[in-house]
Design a protein around this ligand. Structure first.
Ligand code: SF4
Length: 173
């Protein structure tokens, strides 16, 4: 996803590979959540979801509604045998955004689908705390850790772009 977040996470959490998130590997064929799609290219036409409460934004590939549950789904066009840290933080940001925009609904978990695997990511208090902590670090950014890329396309889908002082894109508010 983005290198600034990854470098923050690497510094903060390298020593704790304790699985804060219990991810279940699943077969690719049943990765898409069962329910009705309420957000996705066909429904939302690329609309960005925004949480004013947290200052986060995001565009998951799909959000499925199943009863009172909302389940975000994110596809990554790469192989991976475990969920990557940056992708987990991105999913955690989706959880916060969806909860903020949909009071009364539950967001129990999300799905990260890679080309060769798929993972169910629980909406845990640990992941929530991690996202809020990263949010705080980026918001208070004074230049460290430094962004280590020059590619605006990496900032474009980033959930932290609206608060990031090092973002390479101008966000229309
Ligand atoms: S907006 Fe860009 S520089 Fe800032 S955290 Fe996201 S990817 Fe990194």
């Amino acid at each position: 996803m983005n290198y600034l977040i990854l470098s923050i996470l690497a510094a903060l959490f390298l020593s704790s590979i304790v699985i804060l998130i219990i991810s279940l590997r699943r077969n690719a064929k049943d990765a898409v959540p069962v329910g009705s799609m309420v957000y996705g290219d066909l429904h939302s036409k690329g609309t960005t979801m925004r949480s004013r409460t947290y200052g986060l934004s995001g565009k998951p590939d799909m959000v499925v509604r199943s009863g009172r549950n909302l389940i975000p789904y994110e596809y990554k066009n790469t192989d991976s045998l475990k969920p990557r840290e940056g992708h987990l933080v991105q999913m955690g940001a989706y959880f916060l955004i969806l909860e903020d925009l949909n009071p009364g609904m539950k967001v129990p978990y999300g799905i990260i689908k890679y080309r060769n695997s798929a993972f169910r990511v629980p909406n845990s208090s640990q992941l929530r705390g991690k996202v809020l902590y990263v949010t705080q670090l980026i918001r208070n950014n004074v230049g460290e850790p430094a962004r280590n890329h020059e590619n605006p396309m990496k900032c474009m889908p980033c959930s932290f772009r609206e608060m990031c002082a090092q973002s390479l894109i101008i966000v229309q508010k």
